[in-house]
Design a protein around this ligand. Structure first.
Ligand SMILES: O=C(O)CCC(=O)C(=O)O
Length: 296
């Protein structure tokens, strides 16, 4: 596998998914306009400035990671809930669950002088659980908030590495830089080997990392604390659901007396039920996955 497949905003989810399944990654160039990125940066820059750098080589000693995008940056919705990205994530994840959800939102700012991040698979966050090797539990995305170059630390990916042994994480020479203009996004599987690049420039490299996981897995960024109910209530309905304010499966994620999180947010009581006829809410945008686990 010699390259990261490239698409643009006119591409269909079907063709992107087809390439993603083969390469374990795909790039969509200029998916949002630079003005969207500028708005997100304006909303997030005070938080980025106040974020401490990482405490180890993996998180990056010259790197900051600033989260809670849904609560802090209304403009980030154009990226976090981007319809084309969600369509791809839904296609990839739908064989394994009746819903998917947001996993994390994080601006990764790699400072000048940072070495390459150790290569890894994102699904190792699940305590290194050995999922079946052909199963996708996570779709990760990195949005370029600056032009990504090899010099400033563009994310490095080994295309086609989904089934490689973990020792392949030493194969730095096989990585390719996801060079792309600001406003572009690169998607990769939780199984794909990748890492942040070394920043050999004199400027910080900013990315927005947004990941999606199956509805029955724990979220890496605790959305109920990062985006608590009083904030979630102000978000569009579809974004509330994506954040996790929805049933993740028939009986997953209910509130108090078996209330659907949707009813909790809306202040509705007296409708106690597991999935039942509200199960459609567990699906992003009401879309229906054909899962053997779907009790409807
Ligand atoms: O910053 C990047 O380009 C990638 C970061 C990454 O893969 C991670 O922190 O898990």
């Amino acid at each position: 596998m010699s390259e990261i497949p490239r698409f643009d905003r006119s591409s269909s989810a079907t063709e992107i998914v087809e390439a993603f399944r083969t390469a374990g990654c795909a790039m969509i160039e200029r998916l949002v306009d630079p003005e969207v990125v500028d708005r997100v940066r304006a909303e997030m820059d005070p938080y980025i400035a106040a974020t401490p750098t990482g405490g180890d080589d993996f998180s990056g000693r010259h790197t900051t990671r600033t989260g809670a995008l849904l609560a802090r940056s209304r403009s980030s919705i154009d990226m976090v809930a981007n319809p084309l990205v969600l369509e791809v994530a839904e296609s990839v994840l739908s064989p394994y669950a009746s819903s998917f959800q947001l996993h994390l939102t994080q601006i990764i700012a790699i400072g000048p002088g940072s070495p390459e991040q150790p290569l890894h698979r994102d699904q190792w966050c699940f305590d290194f659980f050995p999922f079946p090797e052909d199963m996708d539990v996570e779709v990760s995305t990195i949005w370029a908030l600056d032009d990504f170059t090899e010099e400033n630390g563009a994310t490095r990916i080994i295309p086609g590495s989904m089934l490689d042994p973990k020792e392949a994480c030493a194969d730095v020479h096989r990585t390719l830089p996801a060079t792309m203009p600001k406003g572009s996004v690169v998607l990769y599987s939780g199984r794909t080997i990748h890492g942040g690049g070394a920043n050999r420039s004199d400027k910080v490299r900013h990315a927005l990392n947004v990941d999606y996981v199956l509805g029955w897995l724990r979220q890496e960024e605790n959305q109920y604390l990062s985006c608590p109910p009083e904030v979630a209530r102000t978000l569009p309905d579809r974004v509330q659901k994506l954040a996790g304010y929805a049933l993740g499966a028939y009986a997953l994620g209910y509130v108090d007396d078996v209330r659907n999180p949707r009813d909790f947010l809306a202040g509705v009581s007296g409708k106690s039920s597991f999935g039942g006829d509200t199960m459609g809410d567990a699906h992003y945008g009401g879309a229906s996955f054909s899962s053997p686990n779907d009790p409807r």
